[in-house]
Write a new protein. Structure first.
Length: 126
C-alpha cells in the first residue's frame, strides 16, 4: 500500500528584470515570425514603393539635411563627409524613435492577446 503523501507545488514569478526566457522565445519563434510579417505587410501594403520606401525616406531626409545644414547654414562636420554624417545621425535617431514608438504601440494594440493564451510576453515588443 502506498503512502498518501500530498505534494505541494509553489509557482513563483521570476523577480529579475534581466531574465529572458530564451527557450520560450525559441519555442514561439513562429509566432514572432507571423507577428513581424503581419506588421510588415500592414505597413507597406498600401504604399506604391512598398519596402523600397524604407530606404528612400532616409535618403531624402539626408539630402534635405545636407542642403540646409551644409550648404545654407555651413555647419561643420569636423572633416567627415556631410552626407554620411547626416545619414548616420538620421539612421540612429529613426531607429531609436521607431523602436520606442512601435514597442509601446504594439503593447497597446495587442493587449487583447495577453489574456487569451500563454506565450512569452517578450514576443510582442520584439
Amino acid at each position: 500500500m502506498k503512502d498518501n503523501v500530498a505534494y505541494e507545488i509553489i509557482i513563483k514569478p521570476n523577480r529579475s528584470w534581466l531574465y529572458i526566457d530564451w527557450q520560450g522565445l525559441a519555442h514561439y519563434r513562429d509566432l514572432l515570425f507571423f507577428l513581424v510579417r503581419r506588421d510588415f505587410v500592414a505597413k507597406y501594403k498600401q504604399s506604391i514603393l512598398g519596402p523600397v520606401w524604407f530606404v528612400v525616406r532616409p535618403l531624402f531626409m539626408t539630402a534635405a539635411f545636407d542642403i540646409v545644414f551644409n550648404r545654407v547654414a555651413k555647419v561643420s562636420t569636423d572633416g567627415l563627409p556631410p552626407f554620411l554624417f547626416y545619414l548616420c545621425g538620421i539612421m540612429v535617431w529613426n531607429y531609436f524613435s521607431n523602436c520606442l514608438n512601435t514597442t509601446s504601440n504594439s503593447l497597446i494594440a495587442n493587449a487583447y492577446i495577453f489574456d487569451k493564451v500563454y506565450f512569452p510576453r517578450l514576443v510582442v515588443p520584439l
